[in-house]
Design a protein around this ligand. Sequence first.
Ligand code: ADP
Length: 346
Amino acid sequence: MIKRKTLPIIANLTDGILVFDKQRNLSLINPRAQEFLRVNEKEIIGKPVLELAGFGNLKRLIKILGKKIKSAPMQELTVAENLVLEVSAVPLFEQKKKIGTLVILRDITREKRIEQMKTEFVSITAHQLPTPLSAIKWTLRMLLDGDLGEVTKEQKKFIEKTYRSNERMIGLINDLLNITQIEEGRHVYKKDFYDIEKICRDIISSYKEEIKRKKINFKFIAAKKLPEVNIDKEKIELAIRNIIENAIRYTSSKGKMIVFLQCKEKGKNKKEIKVSVYDSGVGIPTDQQFRVFTKFFRGANIIRMETEGTGLGLFIAKNIIEAHKGRIWFESQEGKGSTFCFTLPC
Ligand code: ADP
């Protein structure tokens, strides 16, 4: 199946390669893949996939690929504590006919270790910083309230500025704490039944001043008699806050915003609440839209605007919504506006 000239190349590749033929028999395995999977070519070549599970680490690989060796996007396979592989499977075609499947194994141990170190670093920082920051906050508060003696108008202005910066830093650290909890699987959810309309109204009312200051034409539309939803109130509030705050922040003065709540049938006896947040703001460049829910993403257009932000809000929102078995998505056009939507089952 594979031409003579390409065999030495495959044999010397630093990636592991396996080829299964149309009947799902193993027709090729290069030395690197044998090393990764702790198998010997002689024992397994030509064998059908169902017989391979007993050899070395092949059982784990086949669990990922399925007995039918379907083509699959990249997936991770932890073979041992010091070996993590990225597995991808692609179909092989000859004159438009499928003749087998190519499986590629890439060693990503080093990347995974660096990623883990980064997470640990952020986690330690995020756990240590709140204490000194809250000490600063309370001292500044005391100064502002005059508990430590009179301060002049000029001094007060500076202290207020410092207080706001400190509050921003506390917000950022809270985001980082949420992120580490999400990544370590420790984001605990305490659920109960709540009125989502009230939650949205309360959040919107906390941004009243900002909406007024920017002269945003704001509309809130909620369908009648929305059912209650079983949610972790604090976490859902955080997700909604992140979405609404973005809409306000990335909409220029005199722009438009609509928050829309509706209830939709979802199959038999199942309903879901859909929350849509529309804004007529700066939008997200098309070529960057695939990164919107990833950590630390900030659009090139808004970086130019030099607005505040960390690129963590939507990553957190997505994790929270999905932990509630909801979906989150958006539509956006640069210069025209964006609509962020999410659902929650009820
Ligand atoms: P940030 O703290 O930067 O707002 P987010 O994770 O909340 O972080 O959002 C990530 C990025 O997505 C933003 O920096 C911005 O580029 C883009 N974005 C999110 N919401 C909007 C919106 N309503 N309008 C335009 N761009 C948005």
